[in-house]
Design a protein around this ligand. Structure first.
Ligand SMILES: Nc1ncnc2c1ncn2[C@@H]1O[C@H](COP(=O)(O)OP(=O)(O)O)[C@@H](O)[C@H]1O
Ligand SMILES: O=C(CO)[C@@H](O)[C@H](O)COP(=O)(O)O
Length: 483
């Protein structure tokens, strides 16, 4: 049996799956946690990958590996391949003013003065604090000495792939950095329309040019491991992918399919045959990991809203779910606006969360639990509307991510989203998609393997609750800024 492995280096943890390259059968898995925080030295991802690989029984017997990872994180390297400073992650909002500056600058040069539209037409997305390009501008403005030392910029999955190949701090080898089109499309300096880097935008942000990872097509070998590390010499490395594109590959999503992922981020992403350019900024026009596109709306507040609600109520996730399901739809008017980490969609980096509509009758643990689940889902339903407004086909909704393990989320998602929801068996779909890419690379085929990781799925239906969304819409803009 030939084996392949997939890695998901996500915000909170690193997961490894080992699968049969020919059938996709799951052979073994491993996992390790990442430290908390929105600014992290990449060595922690490497340490967690080493632990997760050990937990998975090693990768000595594996023929090909690919890495999926959290998108957008700024990994700045100097000429020796040393990390210049801690990576700013996708959910770090300090570069929000830099995003505004970049939009204003393109606006000043655009015939109609519309900088947001100019960016959407250039790279498919309007910059927000999450995108790498804004983090580079922040670096240029706030840490100019560090910015001057930047010789290459990579993303989390690029850096891990490079390290798996045998490169590392002090080894140089910047020209060996690789990436794929899905993750490149989230940088803010790669165009899904021309499939090329926009070095002018990189230079505009950072203040000078820098080496960028080579964009490797999904089914091509990105590198061969040198050996002596986690992999046997000669192990094939796929180009990897951004986590959302990897999940789409793992699920075998096709045009019309939409994934609702409830992890640290809340993501509504759809496979589309055509790229999007949403000047409103609600939908980012990313590429997928097969050659199609992955328009996506992403919130900063999803599973951690449930974590926070459970903490406030002194219960575990099962307890929170039971409480939420014991309260009526709409929580008798109690609305939780979930901007606990600021927000990206809509773009409110300085916002805070809020509880609205409190009355003696609805201030119970059950009502609060219900409001937390509904508020988090309403923000995702807004994202789904934004995708539809871009003409993206929406036919089948998949519910995935750690938060999909909550029965309340599974039960209320179809009601709030107003459509049936397909819930695949809980699994590591990002790592699975990376494993599927590894099998694709190993087979040297122009089509991905016929197997997917979707397995058994349950379709959940519920009567739509548009009144819940209407009430949320009244409340969602009523928040105070961060102190
Ligand atoms: N049964 C559950 N109910 C609700 N949330 C859960 C449950 N199990 C795990 N989670 C949450 O899911 C999150 C981890 O999901 P994951 O998709 O791995 O996140 P990420 O990809 O951002 O690292 C954590 O916030 C965790 O608390
Ligand atoms: O920023 C985005 C997508 O644009 C996020 O989806 C990140 O890619 C992090 O994902 P998780 O770790 O929450 O799965």
């Amino acid at each position: 049996m030939a084996l392949v492995a997939g890695v998901d280096s996500s915000t909170q943890s690193c997961k490894v799956v080992v699968r049969d390259a020919d059938t996709g059968a799951l052979v073994r898995t491993g996992r390790a946690s990442h430290p908390d925080g929105t600014e992290i030295h990449p060595r922690h991802w490497w340490d967690a990958l080493e632990s997760a690989v050990r937990d998975a029984g090693g990768l000595d017997d594996v023929e090909a590996v690919a890495v999926g990872g959290q998108q957008h994180g700024m990994v700045a390297l100097d000429a020796d391949g040393e990390v210049v400073r801690d990576a700013l992650l996708w959910n770090d909002t300090r570069s929000a003013p830099a995003a505004a500056d970049l939009i204003a600058e393109l606006g000043a040069e655009a015939p109609d003065g519309d900088g947001a539209r100019a960016w959407a037409e250039a790279i498919g997305s309007v910059p927000v604090a999450s995108l790498t390009v804004t983090k580079l501008r922040w670096l240029r403005d706030e840490e100019p000495d560090a910015a001057a030392r930047v010789a290459a910029v990579a993303l989390p999955h690029d850096w891990l792939t490079w390290r798996l190949a045998g490169h590392g701090p002090g080894s140089g080898g910047l020209d060996a950095l690789t990436t794929d089109r899905s993750d490149a499309s989230g940088t803010g300096y790669w165009s899904p329309f021309t499939e090329d880097y926009r070095r002018d935008l990189l230079e505009r942000a950072l203040g000078h040019d820098a080496a960028l990872p080579r964009v490797v097509p999904a089914h091509e070998v990105a590198a061969r491991a040198a050996g002596g590390g986690l992999l046997r010499a000669g192990t094939l490395l796929g180009p990897g992918a951004g986590d959302n594109a990897a999940a789409a590959l793992g699920l075998g999503m096709v045009a019309g399919d939409v994934a609702i992922s409830i992890g640290t981020s809340g993501v509504v992403s759809a496979v589309s045959a055509t790229p999007t350019a949403d000047g409103s900024g609600l939908v980012t026009g990313f590429a997928d990991a097969t050659g199609a596109y992955l328009p996506l709306a992403c919130t900063l507040n999803a599973s951690r809203v449930l974590d926070a609600a459970a903490r406030m109520l002194g219960v575990d996730h099962a307890g929170l779910s039971a409480l939420a399901l014991s309260a009526p739809a709409g929580a008798d008017g109690l609305v939780l606006v979930p901007y606990l980490e600021g927000e990206r969609t809509p773009n409110k980096p300085d916002a805070t969360g809020a509880l609205h509509g409190m009355r003696l009758a609805n201030t119970t643990p059950a009502h609060l639990a219900r409001a937390a689940v509904e508020g988090m889902l309403c923000a995702l339903a807004d994202g789904l509307d934004a995708l539809r407004a871009q003409g993206v086909p929406v036919e089948r909704l998949f519910l995935i991510g750690g938060g999909a393990q909550s029965e309340a989320v599974r039960a209320l998602a179809p009601a709030v989203l107003g459509a049936p929801v397909t819930v695949p068996t809980p699994g590591e779909y990002v790592a699975d998609g990376a494993a599927r890419q590894a099998a694709w690379v190993r087979a040297a085929s122009d089509q991905p393997p016929t197997w997917t990781a979707a397995g058994q799925a349950e379709v959940r239906e519920a009567d739509p609750t548009p009144q819940v969304r209407a009430r949320y819409a009244e409340a969602r803009d009523l928040t105070v800024p961060r102190p």
